[in-house]
Design a protein around this ligand. Sequence first.
Ligand code: FBP
Length: 262
Amino acid sequence: MIPGADSAITRNEKSLIVAYDHGLEHGPVDFEPNPATADPDRVFEIGTHDAVTAVAVQKGIAEGYYPSYEDDVTLLAKLNGTSNLWMGEPNSAVNWTVENAVEVGAEAIGFTVYGGSNHEIEMVEEFRDAQEAARDHGLGVVMWSYPRGQGLKNATTPSTIAYSTRLGLELGADITKVKYPGSPAAMSHAVTQAAGSKVVMSGGSKTDDQDFLTTVRNAMDAGANGLAVGRNVFQRDNPEQILDGLEAVIFEDASVTEALDV
Ligand code: FBP
C-alpha cells in the first residue's frame, strides 16, 4: 500500500463506496425491490449524496453515464466481473484496462480476487497487472477479497476473512473489501491482519435499518475504515435516508440510536 494512494476515495481515512456492479454480478433481479435503480442515472444521483466517497461501476455504465456526473461523483472502476450465468469454478473476466478507466475519469480501481478458487493463480496475476498500472497512473486500488471455490464456497469464517484482508495487504491493495465475519472480535482480527492497509465491509443482502446500522457500527468499532455497499442502499425505498444514517456512523462516530434519528 502507498499512503494516500486512496485519498480520492477516502475522507479522514474512511470510505463509503456505493457499489453498483450488480447488474453484471447478479442480474436484474437485484433491481426488483426498487425498480428505478435499473436506471444507472438513479444510482449516480444517489452517489451525489455527501456521504458517498465513490461509486463503483463496470465499464459500460461508466462510459455511458459517468460523464454527466463527473463533477459530483468520484468514479471507482470495477475492472473485472462475471455474471451469475457462469456456473464454473469462481473466476472473473477482466472487462477493461486501467488506461481505459483513466480516460473515462476513474480515480481508483476495484478488482475481485477469489482466493481458494482453482483460478486463483490467474486472478492474482491479473490483479498484479492492474495494480501496477494503477500505481503508474496514481489511482487507488480496492480489492474485493472474496475467498470461494472448491470446498470454500462463500466462506465468511473469522479465519477466512482475516486471510482475505491479509491477501489484500500482501498483494498491494490500498483498501480490501471483505464480507462481515460475524462478530466485532472477528472483524478486529481481520483488521489487525491488514496491518495498516484499509479494510471496508461489504454491505450484503438487504436487512432492516437497525440491524444494518448495528453491523456497520460494530465493524467501525472493530477498526474498519468504512463500507462498500450496494443492495443495502439502493434496494431501499429511500436510499438517501440510510446514507444519512451511514454518514453519521462512519464519519461522525454516531451511535445506532443517533443514526436512526438523523
Ligand atoms: P452488496 O453490498 O450488495 O453486497 O454489494 C457488494 C458486492 O461486492 C458487489 O460489488 C457485488 O456485485 C456483489 O457484492 C457480489 O456479491 P457476491 O459475489 O457475494 O454475490
